[in-house]
Design a protein around this ligand. Sequence first.
Ligand SMILES: *[C@@H]1O[C@H](CO)[C@@H](O)[C@H](O)[C@H]1NC(C)=O
Ligand SMILES: *[C@@H]1O[C@H](CO)[C@@H](O)[C@H](O)[C@H]1NC(C)=O
Ligand SMILES: *[C@@H]1O[C@H](CO)[C@@H](O)[C@H](O)[C@H]1NC(C)=O
Ligand SMILES: *[C@@H]1O[C@H](CO)[C@@H](O)[C@H](O)[C@H]1NC(C)=O
Ligand SMILES: *[C@@H]1O[C@H](CO)[C@@H](O)[C@H](O)[C@H]1NC(C)=O
Length: 439
Amino acid sequence: MFKETIYQFRFLAVLLLQSPCFAEQYNEVSFRDIRVVRDDTLESNGSLNSLLTENPFLGRNDEDDFTWLDDTIKDIAYYLRSHKFNEYDRRYETNAANAPKEYYSMFPRPPLKALHWEVQQFCEPSFLSCMKYVKRRLKDTGLKRQDDTSIVIMEQKWTKAKNLEQIEEIDNECRKMRDKDNIVADPFQGPIERFQWRTTASYYLCWYTMNEVPDLKHIKESCDNFAYCLDNKYGEKNFAYCLDNKYGEKNHDYRAKDNVPFACATYSFCPDPCCSAFKHTIEPIICHNNARNPCYETNPEGKRRCGFVRSENRNFHDIILNRWNVTCNCSDVDECGGNAHSCDNNTEICVNLPGSYECACRWGYAWNVDENKCTEHNALAVIKKERKEEDEERNRTVAKSLVKMLYAKLVALKSGYPGCRKFAYNSLIVLEIVFANLS
Ligand SMILES: *[C@@H]1O[C@H](CO)[C@@H](O)[C@H](O)[C@H]1NC(C)=O
Ligand SMILES: *[C@@H]1O[C@H](CO)[C@@H](O)[C@H](O)[C@H]1NC(C)=O
Ligand SMILES: *[C@@H]1O[C@H](CO)[C@@H](O)[C@H](O)[C@H]1NC(C)=O
Ligand SMILES: *[C@@H]1O[C@H](CO)[C@@H](O)[C@H](O)[C@H]1NC(C)=O
Ligand SMILES: *[C@@H]1O[C@H](CO)[C@@H](O)[C@H](O)[C@H]1NC(C)=O
């Protein structure tokens, strides 16, 4: 009987520990401030090799002329912004009008079954080889960066007051090229290959950005446009209005400030897990007070700032799978440290929460509904009994330490990351049953 229980228990323990809720970052979830916001699983084995590029900076020679590189980075940033803000899932959607265009909030789900082979071939060895390849490829795209209304306005220093007619003319041209490009997708075989190409390129460029390739620190031009002519949220009839609104040549998004290191690269190549609800926003506060902010639920108002830290998001595989790590404001009063709590030291432990604390039953104690307090679990009483057989005793010790570890983890989870709370509650119930059988 005991043997069987141990076996079942080991099985359960393995199951529990394999849950994503027990990934490293959840271990002390109420005390640390890093959490995963999305967690896709890879559908198929596909051909996603682990990325071998140890040093993304390989291949540089300081004496070479790299002015071509600056232009290439601007071009690809433009081309991939167009994908991020305007593209829909060409694999599954046939109706462009109704398809969601939300790659500003996450990479495609499910992820690509296979990376675009050519991008992979050139972008895996080094950043420089990647950029040389991209330069060749972008030569023949339909709508080019330098033909986009927003870039023309910027380079010609046009203003609405003085150059309205010219701007309108350029924008009409831009839209024609854009609409043609939407169908033809030069230089690719069609929009589906372009989708695969741009998604793969975004994976690599986002990875290069997170790994802080120096060339991506500043892209040296304004990147706060959607790379879609004068993208007009309100319909394209009223041109002057379109130029006025914030979606045109300058959307003033605070995330797209080229003077902030890597901001334009992140804005162009990566989704924003902190502010996934908005294609456009000019104030952080709007993101912070939105329920889709991963810090929203657990943190009180005024402490909901969500950080997308590059050093926490450097794994190529996890980038593809949208396993983003964000940081929330945890500069919290530690109620449990002092005597500011009212937990019963004998039967309860204090668990620190953002802005508050919670009392949880100590290991071996369970919440007793009738008595409205934590009381000793009868399984603990059984475990406490001495055993004659040494062998059995040893096994029990192993089991007990496992139970103990799991219990502590579950208690921490229960009051930590909201997505794992239900999991923790349910698992605690199962664990109590195991307790009871551990005799
Ligand atoms: C995925 O495919 C590769 C090569 O085809 C193979 O070596 C590997 O074992 C596969 N992985 C899984 C989890 O099936
Ligand atoms: C965290 O919240 C405190 C207020 O409790 C605030 O003073 C501080 O600036 C916040 N930190 C960040 C990074 O937002
Ligand atoms: C997020 O953090 C976890 C734990 O450190 C890590 O395994 C994972 O690769 C990270 N995600 C990314 C995108 O790097
Ligand atoms: C509970 O324990 C803490 C230290 O672990 C101690 O500072 C505190 O005084 C104790 N509280 C009570 C009510 O015994
Ligand atoms: C204790 O564990 C060992 C190894 O897992 C096993 O061979 C042995 O049968 C167990 N003893 C009892 C009494 O369950």
